[in-house]
Design a protein. Sequence first.
Length: 239
Amino acid sequence: MKCKHEIVQLIINHSMAVIKSIRQGLPPIHPEGYPFIAIFFITSLILGCIWNPLFWIGLILTLWCLSFFRDPERVSPISKNLLISPADGKICFTGTVIPPEKLGLPLVEMTRISIFMNIFSCHVNRIPMNGTITSVSYKTGKFFNAELEKASEHNECNTLIINTPHGDIAVLQTAGLIARRIVCWAKNGDSVIAGQRFGLIRFGSRLDVYFPKNGKLHVLTGQRAIAGETILASFHLSE
């Protein structure tokens, strides 16, 4: 009996070591995702009782949900002169525009960079530049495809205005065709640093960054950006 007990204990210890190793190799999951992951998994179990193959389909969707809410650590460049990407995804627009009136910014030309996050992107959003948040505003709207130009004007959105050493910049979280929930933890008056987490959007969406025209672009349309790490633009680089 003692020998069997030792074997069982050895198997348990080995299994725990394997699970720990797997967990250490995977990025952390943001707490916002726990309810959805639980719903996906429980639904998989229920469907599996009806027809076994449905369990495996549900399990694949559960793994996708785990991936969607991943929240990896990022190493942000330390400089007050760099504008860092607030989102993972494809850069779908770079150019000079007049910001929408809903942002509350002066109606003068600014540079805009738009980043589209698909359903496989990491959706945790990060602060693009050191500064102080002077405004946080949420507006209801429609749910056009986030890659379309009209999404910036008409879709449901949340706007952060950040006062920085180089002037005010705006970060616009825009809901998309599938996204139905914008989450923002930042508050008016918060002092923030580049790379700091401030929100996320469920499921598939877009972020626009508006900043003064004297910022030098470092990215191109079609390029992939990594939140908290990719340098979008720089100011006073010679300094």
